[in-house]
Write a protein that binds this ligand. Structure first.
Ligand SMILES: [Ca+2]
Length: 159
């Protein structure tokens, strides 16, 4: 059987994409950020090198203007983050942290704390920073901020 060029090209594109983040996460359309993925209003990237929470946030800030650890405001974004971490669903930092003065959680990008996806029984107060994929894929847990994890950076695409 002969290979049809268009089919071959399509397969190659699918394979390249698959190896990256999965076909349902598109490429970030912002110039110079083609290695990032588009997730809703964000461009996002998974960094695998494990670092403490504060260092992860600082590294995210250095990646792009207004880049931070990702904040999650809906289930679709939460699923996207889970997909970014690949089939292994490694535990990674997202931008949630507990304020020491009042115990409330906030996002490092300053956006509203309006969605959560805690593992049942969490947060249990054994740390002040939020990891995702703990216990079950996509589920959240509060953990010691000095734990070393990979992390997800995000910045909002400008209209
Ligand atoms: Ca916990």
């Amino acid at each position: 059987m002969m290979f049809r060029p268009i089919l071959v090209i399509t397969l190659v594109i699918l394979l390249l994409h698959e190896g990256n983040t999965g076909p349902w996460v598109a490429q970030c359309p912002v110039t110079n950020y083609s290695e990032w993925s588009k997730l809703g209003p964000y461009c996002v990237k998974y960094f695998q090198q494990p670092v403490p929470f504060g260092q992860a946030e600082m590294k995210c800030r250095g990646e792009a203007p207004d880049s931070h650890l990702i904040s999650i405001h809906d289930g679709e974004t939460n699923n996207g983050v889970q997909i970014l971490t690949g089939s292994g669903n490694a535990m990674v930092w997202i931008g949630g942290m507990r304020l020491p003065n009042n115990g409330n959680f906030v996002w490092t990008d300053g956006s509203k704390w309006d969605y959560t996806n805690w593992v049942p029984g969490q947060p249990d107060g054994n740390g002040d920073c939020v990891q995702i994929n703990w216990n079950s894929p996509g589920m959240w847990d509060d953990v010691q901020c000095w734990s070393r994890l990979g992390y997800i950076c995000a910045f909002k695409m400008q209209g």
